[in-house]
Design a protein around this ligand. Structure first.
Ligand SMILES: Nc1ncnc2c1ncn2[C@@H]1O[C@H](COP(=O)(O)OP(=O)(O)OP(=O)(O)O)[C@@H](O)[C@H]1O
Ligand SMILES: [Mg+2]
Length: 414
């Protein structure tokens, strides 16, 4: 019997643009992009779905574009979640696993996850994933895979990624109304990291900064695992809006000033900025533009720095920061960011993607491409269980199964 072709789809519902990327999963597990699409978003504020009339239409239009290019129908996808409500919480727990010579099994791993989370995540929050740092068996720490080991007392140290339940539900509803089943939800910054950060960098310590239109997401990795995720509710569109207000012009012209002339290197030129519209000519002072851009960028990077401090990684990431998202395309942003956060900074974009991929090797596609990888990973562990089954207490976790360790575990015991 011929094996059915499998496809992975990532859908990134951004505040300004909704993007989807579809890949064919080869027998060797390699993914080749066969379609993508993008449509201006509607109905979102600061990364969050605020009404349910427009997003389903946008999602549907975006997916139809992907289907048109690939010739493949899209029914399921892994979808982003964004907004300043996203957070991570360090947890730990301990359980007795029974008599001597007991072999750690699936039930024990379920129970220790439950015990570690119990009472630590408020009832109005959805658990998106649990990242195990280490298991400790009878006092012996540093264990990554306790399955099959012998012991009596099992402890876990882990990180729980969660988001407000109503915001998760609204994405789910918007997708369903747009004829799409949500396989899992993953925070934008975590998804983007899948597309631009290597495992070696995650091992050494690295941060991803997703500079979107209305949000700036931060994901920090160290010792190979996600250590922190947070979102600053300010983005590149705030620069545009400030320019429009201060320069007393319409947002369309302010956007053109930003895209064509703005830079994060200030005081370089005194030449006026001139924008033409038909026969009309609009003239703006360079110094004024610089001041507006600098003020907002300062606010954005102060927010990033605050999150780095909160996570305990201020000036402490050997691999530095990787910037993605449309906002990272601002001229000279790397050098500016480096000075602000006192870390190495580089620009990231999805690279080495196979298939029809020129168009998606851009920083603003990092999240959608990462979501496609997440979608493939979930499918490869589909027969195994995820934390959706593990978590009790009525929490219906829409979990990106396999934050590294669990996917390995699942593959191993399939
Ligand atoms: N060349 C450029 N220079 C400066 N800014 C740019 C450039 N190109 C795009 N942008 C900005 O990038 C932003 C869009 O980025 P992106 O598509 O990543 O946002 P989004 O995913 O829709 O928003 P969010 O992630 O905040 O929900 C816009 O504010 C746009 O003006
Ligand atoms: Mg985005």
């Amino acid at each position: 019997m011929e094996e059915k072709a499998r496809f992975a789809v990532g859908l990134d519902i951004g505040t300004s643009t909704t993007r989807a990327v579809m890949g064919a999963i080869g027998r060797d597990g390699k993914i080749s992009v066969v379609g993508y699409g993008e449509v201006p978003s509607e109905g979102l504020r600061r990364g969050i779905v605020k009404e349910l009339m427009s997003p389903p239409r946008v999602i549907d239009t975006c997916l139809r574009a992907v289907e048109g290019m690939s010739g493949i129908e899209v029914n399921d996808a892994t979808v982003n979640i964004n907004g300043s409500h996203i957070g991570s919480t360090k947890v730990d727990g301990m359980i007795a696993v029974g008599v001597a010579d007991h072999e750690i099994n699936n039930d024990d791993i379920d129970r220790i996850a439950d015990a570690s989370i119990a009472g630590k995540i408020p009832a109005n929050r959805e658990i998106l994933s649990l990242v195990p740092y280490e298991y400790i068996l009878d006092g012996q720490g540093g264990i990554k895979e306790p399955f099959g080991m012998h012991g009596e007392r099992l402890e876990l140290r882990a990180n729980v990624i969660s988001a407000l339940t109503p915001d998760c539900d609204n994405i789910q509803k918007a997708c369903e109304a747009g004829n799409l089943r949500v396989r899992a939800l993953e925070p934008s910054a975590i998804a983007a990291a899948r597309a631009v950060i290597t495992n070696a960098q995650k091992e050494n310590g690295v941060g991803l900064v997703d500079m979107g239109s209305a949000t700036t997401g931060v994901a920090i990795y160290d010792e190979g695992e996600l250590q922190f995720v947070g979102v600053v509710p300010i983005g590149s569109n705030d620069i545009t809006n400030d320019l429009a207000t201060v320069l007393k012009t319409v947002p369309e012209i302010a956007e053109e000033i930003k895209l064509r002339f703005a830079s994060a290197k200030f005081g370089g030129s005194d030449k006026d900025i001139v924008i033409k519209r038909g026969r009309d000519e609009y003239r703006f002072e360079r110094k004024e533009v610089d001041e507006v851009v600098e003020a907002r960028l300062e606010e954005i990077f102060e927010g990033v720095r605050k999150l780095l401090k909160h996570a305990g990684y201020d000036k402490r990431l050997p691999e530095g920061l990787v910037l993605v998202g449309g906002g990272s395309k601002l001229r000279d942003i790397e050098a500016y960011a480096r000075d602000q956060v006192e870390l190495a900074v580089r620009l990231g974009k999805p690279e080495g993607v196979l298939g029809v991929s020129e168009e998606i090797m851009k920083p603003e596609y990092a999240t959608a491409v990462g979501l496609m990888y997440a979608d493939a990973e979930i499918q490869s562990s589909d027969n195994a269980r995820g934390f959706g089954d593990i978590l009790s207490g009525g929490k219906k976790a829409k979990v990106a199964k396999g934050e590294g360790f669990f996917s390995k575990l699942m593959k191993k015991f399939k």
